[in-house]
Design a binder for this molecule. Sequence first.
Ligand SMILES: CC(C)(COP(=O)(O)OP(=O)(O)OC[C@H]1O[C@@H](n2cnc3c(N)ncnc32)[C@H](O)[C@@H]1OP(=O)(O)O)[C@@H](O)C(=O)NCCC(=O)NCCS
Length: 179
Amino acid sequence: MTVSNLRPYQGILPSIGDSCYIDESAVIVGDVSLAKDVSIWPLVAARGDVNIITIGARSNIQDGTVLHVTRKSNNNPLGNPLIIGEDVTVGHKCMLHGCTLGNRILVGMGAIIMDGVTVEDDVFIGAGSLVPPNKTLESGFLYVGNPVKQARKLKQSESEFLKQSADNYVELKNDYLNQ
Ligand SMILES: CC(C)(COP(=O)(O)OP(=O)(O)OC[C@H]1O[C@@H](n2cnc3c(N)ncnc32)[C@H](O)[C@@H]1OP(=O)(O)O)[C@@H](O)C(=O)NCCC(=O)NCCS
């Protein structure tokens, strides 16, 4: 038996865009689509079995993060896929489950984002935050806490950092790909 870190589920293999970097200790299973320049760091688990996972261009999923989804059911006909937009930074050891993230978002280390959550574009989520099911986080704000609360509007420097962080990780993964 050959063991790969990209594994099929029911015949569907992950789809990997151009110039992605996937650490060999990460495990990606089933219907998971990575767009161009995505990076997946050590010990990430992304399991697209009972629903789909998509990750937009230039997003990075840092070490130890878990990505999963919820199956379709009678009272939840679409289930909860996991949709991550472009230029999103997901810090170390986060849990993203069946939620939808827009573009230019930073998910702080250890944050938990639960089913049915929508995070609009340009949001900063503090380290260790818990975002309860079905909540919407509004564009342009910092959120912190358990359960998460809107803390304040983002400073201009923080708004700019959202894209900068993604750019930094594209550069870093290019270094890894070229070594
Ligand atoms: C929230 C954050 C952005 C700091 O925001 P800030 O407005 O500069 O916060 P400050 O450091 O001035 O602290 C303000 C208050 O928030 C608290 N605080 C700071 N970070 C917090 C967090 N993640 N969760 C809850 N409270 C937090 C501070 O203790 C302080 O409380 P106090 O007023 O009672 O003393 C930062 O702490 C953070 O969590 N960054 C995420 C970093 C990260 O995980 N990056 C990804 C890894 S690559």
